[in-house]
Ligand binder design. Structure first.
Ligand SMILES: [Zn+2]
Length: 346
């Protein structure tokens, strides 16, 4: 196969940041993707419907002329989130999900939830109105090994929340373990899971062996090879509950190549090419569109995009920029570490 045409994909987990960074990274996504679920972890976070409406306006204002893109907004769940505000934001069509960050779990998550009893009312309202909860699924307990935090989160937090809130629709964001795949696979259709591009490609050796590679460091951190293989099997299975959320997360290089480097891989630029490579390797090209363009939209109750994109495979490896310039410093584009022969041609 040397060419494949898909419905235009959606990225169901994306960080666009704000200001100069937003302006620089937005075209990288909008070039290939029609829509994206926009993460609310700005400083300060997107907490209210009003914040989300203002952020949406800033995103649309940053979109280059001639590009089409629909930001799907989310709210950042805090212990002070007002259920009525959430309900109004959902009813108006503005907000498509609420994001749960356990306090301190990742970049800009300090306002996240510590006491889950305090958000019970919001979660019950969300279950009633069918608004999905997107979950960063890692415990923040420093006694738990960082490679175990996802599995422990499922047992200690996720499963209890779901049992206590029947009908709550949940997306396990960026799952990184076989435990995550197994848990998601065993649930009903009120549960889905996103998988990133980079977690299909790297395991923890890529970060730590042969010198530390800060551009492969993200949260949840990449795990052992067996987990990467479980993610590949899930992503390429065609199962509707697994869909793409790149978690493309730009940080200026100066903050990645640092004594205390930021977590995040920036994959917006080459994600579709990398996914074509992965799906071809797995003999699953016929399921690429399901993963990138159909299942996510279906879970969020959105129509599939009518527009199409075409990917082409060439003998000579495709070239992608190593970095993009932003008004906030350069950002390194994710390097898979192998030649990629696919690229989006139109
Ligand atoms: Zn994220």
């Amino acid at each position: 196969m040397t060419q494949i045409t898909l419905r235009r994909p959606d990225d169901m987990h994306l960080h666009l940041r704000d200001g100069a960074m937003l302006k620089a990274v937005l075209p990288e996504t909008a070039r290939h993707f029609a829509r994206a679920i926009i993460m609310p972890n700005l400083v300060p976070p997107v907490v209210t419907a009003r914040d989300a409406a203002a952020y949406r306006e800033r995103i649309l204002a940053a979109l280059p002329e001639g590009m089409a893109f629909e930001p799907l907004m989310t709210l950042y769940l805090t212990e002070a989130t007002d259920p009525a505000d959430v309900a109004v934001a959902h009813a108006s069509g503005l907000v498509k999900a609420v994001k749960l960050y356990p306090a301190g779990a990742t970049t800009n998550s300090a306002s996240g939830v510590r006491d889950f009893d305090k958000v019970r009312g919001v979660l019950e309202t969300m279950a009633e109105i069918g608004l999905p909860l997107c979950v960063h699924g890692e415990v923040t307990d420093s006694a738990i090994d960082i490679f175990d935090r996802e599995a422990v989160f499922i047992d200690r937090v996720l499963d209890p929340i779901r049992r206590a809130t029947p009908g709550l629709r949940v997306v396990m964001e960026h799952i990184t373990t076989k435990d995550g795949v197994d848990y998601a696979s065993a649930q009903g259709d009120d549960l889905a899971a996103t998988i990133t591009t980079h977690h299909l490609i790297i395991n923890r050796n890529h970060i730590l062996a042969g010198g530390i590679k800060p551009h492969y460091y993200c949260l949840p951190v990449a795990k052992r090879e067996e987990h990467r293989l479980a993610l590949r099997a899930a992503a390429t299975s065609g199962a509707a509950r697994f869909f793409l959320g790149t978690d493309s997360a730009p940080h200026p290089d100066a903050l990645k190549e640092h004594a205390c480097g930021c977590a995040g891989c920036f994959t917006a630029t080459n994600t579709m090419a990398l996914l074509a490579h992965v799906f071809e390797e797995e003999g699953a090209m016929d399921r690429l569109e399901t993963f990138t363009s159909l299942s996510g939209a279906a879970f969020y109750g959105l129509p599939a995009n009518e527009d199409r994109i075409t990917l082409e495979k060439t003998d000579r490896p495709a070239s992608f920029p190593a970095k993009i310039d932003t008004g906030a410093g350069t950002v390194t584009v994710f390097d898979p570490g192998f030649p990629v022969h696919w690229s989006v041609s139109c």
